[in-house]
Design a protein around this ligand. Structure first.
Ligand SMILES: NC(=O)c1ccc[n+]([C@@H]2O[C@H](COP(=O)([O-])OP(=O)(O)OC[C@H]3O[C@@H](n4cnc5c(N)ncnc54)[C@H](OP(=O)(O)O)[C@@H]3O)[C@@H](O)[C@H]2O)c1
Length: 195
């Protein structure tokens, strides 16, 4: 999920030579899914069938100062990035093979907030708590991890900010590879400062 995005493209590049990758997003991937819609997630898994790993680098949450964020802003983050990824695990569990894995995405703003990040920090921290608990209950040796990227170099460049403080997407992608190919579970994988 999110295969066409800045981080998602790098994750696909890091995986495709050794794994068969099925890419999905709302508009710009081979398969269509809106993770904010549980029915769309159901449809995706029915279409794809069994998979060994589910990776999500998708989901929206808005920036904005606390006094200006609306109910709709908070709802977007909760419905899209938070419950979208939670529902991927809930719906996807029966479609993942024994010993398979889920790798979700949070972000550094969970533990290093900034002015304007309250809605995003809420969502990212909630996801990290969810993953630690969900891993305890995952059946059949299925692992559940979450990658926490810092600012990505390519994103900073797009935002006209100093890219030298970021981490290249290709380096962030290695954290997803470690989650998929490794043995860790219930882990927040820090991808904010290099591989
Ligand atoms: N880039 C950074 O600096 C950074 C830092 C920390 C954390 N993160 C987190 O990493 C994740 C990915 O970031 P990014 O910069 O790679 O984002 P991006 O470039 O905007 O890409 C987002 C990807 O997710 C897909 N997508 C968005 N909403 C979706 C939905 N509801 N259902 C299905 N697919 C959806 C998009 O494709 P469609 O438009 O086709 O759906 C696209 O493939 C986000 O959760 C972000 O908060 C990013």
């Amino acid at each position: 999920m999110g295969a066409s995005g800045t981080i998602g493209r790098a994750v696909v590049n890091a995986l495709y030579e050794v794994h068969e990758v099925v890419s999905a997003s709302r508009r710009r991937s081979a398969l269509r899914v809106d993770i904010a819609d549980p029915g769309s997630i159901q449809y995706l898994f029915r279409t794809v069938g069994k998979v060994a790993a589910v990776v999500c680098v998708a989901g929206d949450a808005p920036f904005g100062e606390l006094t200006t964020l609306t109910d709709a802003d908070f709802k977007l983050g909760l419905t899209s990035k938070l419950m979208g990824q939670v529902n991927l695990v809930r719906v996807g569990m029966e479609h993942v093979t024994d010993g398979g894995s889920f790798t979700l995405t949070s972000g550094i703003l969970a533990r290093q907030p900034m002015v304007g990040s309250s809605a995003i920090s809420l969502v990212n921290a909630g996801l990290e708590g969810f993953v630690r608990a969900a891993a305890l209950e995952a059946p059949r040796g299925i692992r559940v991890n979450i990658v926490s990227p810092g600012w990505v170099t390519e994103t900073l460049r797009m935002l006209d900010r100093d890219p030298s403080t970021g981490t290249p997407a290709a380096i962030v992608a290695q954290a997803y590879v470690r989650s998929i190919d490794g043995t860790t579970t219930g882990t927040v994988i820090d991808a904010s400062g290099g591989a």
